[in-house]
Design a protein around this ligand. Structure first.
Ligand code: FAD
Length: 804
């Protein structure tokens, strides 16, 4: 075993071996993997080996597509068989909602190059003849679905890595990991010590224990999972070709051919977490005792859906554990707070996702950033607030919902409320219907007396529609108030603070008393932040951006911190309110002795002022696109500030408004939002953020060269707005945009403008087509809806109200 290496991967399951292979594929050969037993000794050996592309997150679906296409390449490279069965698969829909979901997925696949098809019941019967189609409305057929040999595939990854110079050490448990002062890692194993520049935790079932060796909590939990292999079934082995996979979400089952019989697995509601207090080190190549009781109902349902099962004998039952993160997506990337420590765990579908995880991590380590937005699986999407007490109920919920329809407006109930602000009870008493962001309870809207305090999950307009309309009206005609807790907030202070910000941010850094909006770019020119920077003094700046991405942003800031600069994440310490609407100025003027008249307190000004008794930072800006103020104060003063503003607001028609209204209001001005329009998938030039880049400033800010190159060349695609002739469903995201009969672009977000009474979509299309009045069609839930490109904002187009 070598004593020094560039990268040490801990864990030889399918994920660790894929990471090792991809590191070599992208050019690092001084890499090694340490496995405590044989390869595949965790979840990997007993997996059913199924793979598919379907995933609610578009980038995850793309990475699953990459994984599946990789297997052929791996076989050719190594001469080893992955035992591939590309038999295709159909996902059934037995409710309209499920069918809507499949049609929405099909629509997204159009521009992703995935050739899925919507089938009717009779077509399903032809493709998958053992299916009883009673009650089936339709299904989604994916020719890429299939299965493989889990062990063969893992060994193929390992062989390919070895061929490119990687070392694999078996039967060697890692017992300690200690960070050295230079940022490298001392890895203490049964066979001696290795010094590694980078450490990758691919410990699978033991990833929690491996993380704890470095003092880090990785939020994942193992669940028990069971599948049954049947004896031979004539209806199967007498067929000329292999039966395709059938996913029956209504019955919580997945089914495929195994030899001359079938194999069927279940995601049962009565599921069981495994090894709650830690995975035993002695666990390995054994299975859990059969537990058919917990799947009785699912099995009975399956007998009706696939009648051939009812008479088939059971050959074997495979019952084993595998891990999930709270939202079911992997935990990948640099672990916040540690140097050179990388996570590649929580992968619940190693054979659909393992290749994509390996590629992403290798790109991140070697090239500094992944090629696409991978926030859905970024380990930084969970903050310091996360504990095993949160993870466990969320993982159980995720397992139970594995096959449930997931709706764009859905708020899942487990582990809530977790994080709350001092306003929680007040909002609650006012009828708030809460959503959750990064663990925090945030009002989505306020129900009136007699209205249900629950938003019905739907792909179409929900029962929140009327309440949202009321709140929008209050903002546009009087004044609305909401909390600014759900912004990520940082203080940057010190003699070098301005210079540092100038380098980190692409935009202009404002003078004292002013604020600016600026994109933050990656070295490749991708959008990794859209910040508001408020200059409180030459050495003191407040930064605000997405609350949910605060750990992602903090990780980036700390990586680049230098000089006399100190950074504090004050997201939960500094809170407050936003007031917006034509009466906002009158409300503010009545509660402070500071002069807030339009001449002295202008648009994009920032000022310290006392509001009531509270010491506040007030800035004149509002994401509603209206005349508005963000009023920040210490969390201890928040309730006082609330009473002051609310009491003063009464005679001005003040109403609270939630996130649903906020997202409708921003559409009136075509404002983009973080992770929809602004994300690492896009550049500043594509999304209109280029106008906030300061090419004049004399600083080599991160991403400058890439942004300049794009400016010179011009962006190939452009973000535009459409007015959509929608029925009862608006654009959510990723719906294809058809122009003259072909898919030329896709939507990034959309919704209903309650102010203009119009359905609006934002989306990217080829720049040369982006002309006022362009007629397009947008495919919403499988229906083509006419839409027209518009360029004039629906509200306050000249900015007179916002700036006045
Ligand atoms: C019954 C069942 C059916 C499944 N079916 C499918 C399916 O059809 N399709 C699909 O995609 N997925 C399926 N899965 C899930 C799949 O098995 C996992 O996604 C995958 O195996 C995860 O791989 P991994 O490499 O992350 O973890 P693991 O396979 O758990 O590998 C982790 C490795 O790390 C090693 N290790 C841990 N700690 C140390 C240490 N301290 N020192 C050295 N080595 C260490 C372990 O020995 C182990 O080999 C199934 C799972 C189960 C239980």
């Amino acid at each position: 075993m070598k004593s020094h290496t560039k990268v040490c991967v801990i864990g030889g399951g399918v994920v660790g071996c894929s990471v090792l292979y991809h590191l070599t594929k992208l050019g690092w050969s001084d890499v090694m993997l340490i496995e405590r037993s044989e390869l595949t000794s965790g979840s990997t050996w007993h997996a059913a080996g199924g793979f598919h592309t379907l995933n609610g997150d578009t980038n995850m679906a793309a990475l699953q597509g990459y994984t599946i296409r990789l297997y052929k390449e791996l076989e050719e490279l190594t001469g080893m068989s992955c035992g591939l069965h590309h038999v295709g698969g159909v996902t059934l829909a037995d409710t309209q909602e499920r069918f809507d979901m499949l049609k929405a997925e099909r629509a997204k696949h159009r521009y992703m190059g995935l050739h899925t098809e919507i089938l009717g019941p009779e077509e399903i019967k032809k493709v998958a003849p053992i299916t009883n189609i009673d009650g089936i409305i339709g299904g989604l057929y994916d020719p890429l679905d299939g299965h493989l040999d889990p062990s063969g595939t893992t060994h193929a990854y390992a062989k390919a890595a070895r061929m490119a110079g990687a070392e694999i050490v078996l039967h060697n448990k890692v017992e300690e990991t200690n960070q050295r002062p230079d940022g490298s890692w001392e890895i203490v194993t049964e066979k001696g010590m290795v010094i590694a520049e980078h450490l990758v935790n691919a410990g699978g079932l033991w990833a929690r224990e491996v993380g704890a060796m470095a003092g880090v909590y990785l939020p994942l939990h193992p669940m028990e999972h069971q599948y049954i292999v049947t004896d031979d079934i004539p209806e199967i082995y007498e067929r000329g070709n292999e039966h395709p996979h059938v996913m029956d979400p209504g019955g919580e089952s997945y089914l495929r051919q195994e030899g001359r019989g079938l194999c069927i697995g279940f995601y049962e509601k009565s599921c069981e977490p495994w090894a709650v207090d830690g995975t035993p080190w002695g666990f390995g190549h054994e299975l859990l005792p059969d537990n058919l009781d917990k799947i009785t109902e699912s099995v009975e349902f399956a007998y009706q859906r696939f009648p051939v099962l009812a008479t088939a004998g059971v050959k074997s039952v495979i019952h084993g554990p595998f891990t999930f993160a709270p939202d079911g997506n992997p935990l990948v990337g640099p672990v916040p707070g540690l140097r050179n420590y990388w996570s590649a765990c929580g992968v619940m579908a190693g054979f659909s996702q393992g290749g994509g995880v390996g590629l992403t991590l290798a790109q991140w380590m070697i090239e500094g950033e992944p090629e696409r937005d991978v926030f859905a699986m970024d380990v930084s999407r969970f903050g310091k607030w996360i504990t095993p007490g949160y993870t466990l109920p969320k993982v159980v919920e995720n397992y139970q919902n594995r096959f449930s329809v997931s709706y764009p407006n859905e708020e899942l109930p487990a582990a809530r409320p977790c994080q709350t602000t001092p306003m929680y009870d007040i909002w609650d008493s006012m009828g708030a219907v809460f959503g959750q962001q990064f663990g925090l309870e945030v009002p989505n809207y306020f129900a009136d007396d007699g209205e249900e305090r629950y938003e019905t999950p739907s792909f179409r307009r929900s029962n929140a529609f009327d309440a949202t309309a009321r709140e929008v009206k209050a903002v546009r005609e009087a004044v609305g108030i909401n909390e600014v807790q759900n912004f990520g907030k940082f203080m940057v202070t010190g003699a070098d603070a301005r210079d540092w910000l100038d380098r980190i941010m692409a935009g202009r850094i404002p003078k004292p008393g002013r604020l600016s909006l600026t994109p933050m770019l990656s070295p490749k020119g991708r959008l990794i932040g859209d910040f508001t920077i408020s200059c409180l003094s030459d050495t003191e700046f407040q930064l605000t951006a997405s609350y949910g991405s605060q750990a992602y942003h903090e990780r980036w800031f700390r990586k680049h911190l230098d000089g006399e600069v100190s950074l504090a994440n004050i997201s939960d310490r500094r809170t407050g309110f936003q007031i917006a609407g034509p009466n906002a100025q009158a409300v503010l003027a009545s509660v402070t002795r500071s002069d807030v008249s339009a001449d002295t307190f202008k648009f994009l000004d920032v000022k310290r002022m006392v509001v009531g008794m509270a010491d506040c930072i007030v800035q004149r800006v509002s994401y509603t696109g209206d005349l508005g103020y963000e009023i920040y104060t210490d969390a201890m003063s928040q309730r006082h500030l609330w009473h002051v503003l609310w009491d003063a607001g009464q005679k001005h028609g003040m109403r609270p408004f939630g996130m649903r209204a906020m997202m409708s209001l921003r559409l009136d001005k075509f404002f983009g939002s973080w992770l929809s329009e602004f994300s690492p998938d896009y550049t500043a030039a594509e999304t209109g953020m280029e106008r906030f880049i300061s090419f004049k400033k004399n600083t080599d800010f991160i991403g400058r060269a890439a942004a300049e190159a794009e400016k010179a060349q011009g962006a190939a695609r452009t973000l535009v707005a459409f007015e959509v002739d929608a029925l009862d469903a608006d654009v959510v995201a990723y719906e294809p945009i058809w122009i003259n009969g072909s898919v030329e672009g896709f939507c990034t977000s959309g919704g209903y403008s309650h102010f203009a009474h119009k359905s609006i979509a934002l989306g990217l299309i080829p720049t040369e087509m982006a002309k006022e009045g362009l007629e397009v069609e947008i495919e919403i839930l499988g229906e083509m809806r006419p839409a027209r490109l518009i360029t004039t904002a629906l509200f306050d187009a000249d900015g007179a109200r916002m700036r006045g």
